[in-house]
Design a protein. Structure first.
Length: 261
């Protein structure tokens, strides 16, 4: 029987946009093979990245969209799961949750709802009035997007909701990976790159839906959210086993991989 609790891994620094995505798949294969036998959460602050969906690559404007990313200082990558293009950067938090599961497809939809509510609840605990559900015109639209309504501008102009979290899921025989990007700080680069990317792809959307939690609570930081998220996980799972920055030899032995530095 696996011991109760959950392994909590705070990656010290991004490995690079592509390497970060690849390492998540490496971990998923380690769970699938039985080298990792307990639930694991890996948390890190990514480099500026635009993650395209598989459908984006087939669009006529993909190369222009890719160049737009580079012009804005974002690295374009293509993920293996998820919908349309999504952007994240150092003001964001990526959360990869992996678990062994003999029937990994069972509960596929419920995981989207459950993780959405988890992230929304933590946002509410740090005073961001978050909710779960698709918002009209959002980028990388999803039924379980986490979003927040914005207060009216200083001039009294109403402002619509802003998307805070995008999620994607990958299922293999015996294991699943649920990956989420949470935009906490510094919304302007996110808005700017997505405007040009979606224009190049020829996709209709509402740019006002792009932003960050600091649009609602300016003083919030990534680290404050990460600490509260860890506390929420600890409360839900009974205990967390910290693995620091993954530099210990035991981790390399466990996964058969070189750990992030």
């Amino acid at each position: 029987m696996p011991e109760p609790g959950l392994d909590w891994v705070r990656q010290g620094a991004s490995l690079g946009s592509t390497a970060d995505l690849d390492y998540a798949i490496t971990l998923l294969r380690a769970v699938q093979s039985g080298e990792i036998t307990v639930p694991l959460v890996r948390v890190y602050r990514p480099r500026p990245t635009v993650a395209f969906g598989q459908r984006d690559v087939r669009l006529e404007g993909f190369e222009r969209a890719r160049q737009a990313c580079l012009d804005h200082g974002f690295e374009p990558v293509v993920r293996r799961a998820g919908g349309r293009a999504a952007a994240y950067h150092q003001g964001s938090l990526v959360v990869d949750h992996l678990e062994p599961d003999a029937d990994a497809m069972q509960g596929f939809r419920d995981r989207f709802a459950g993780f959405g509510e988890l992230f929304a609840q933590v946002f509410r605990e740090v005073q961001v009035p978050a909710a779960v559900g698709e918002i009209p015109g959002e980028y990388c639209a999803g039924e379980f997007s986490v979003h927040t309504p914005l207060p009216a501008s200083a001039e009294g102009t109403p402002r619509g909701p802003v998307k805070l979290v995008g999620t994607a899921q990958r299922v293999v025989k015996g294991a699943w990976l649920f990956s989420s990007s949470l935009v906490v700080e510094d919304p302007e680069p996110i808005r700017a790159v997505l405007v040009d990317v979606y224009r190049a792809l020829g996709l209709d959307w509402d740019p006002s839906t792009a932003g960050a939690a600091t649009d609602a609570v300016p003083e919030l930081t990534v680290e404050a959210y990460a600490q509260r998220l860890r506390a929420a996980y600890a409360a839900a799972h009974g205990s967390l086993r910290d693995h620091g920055s993954l530099r210990d030899r035991a981790w390399a032995d466990l996964t058969g991989t070189v750990p992030p530095q």
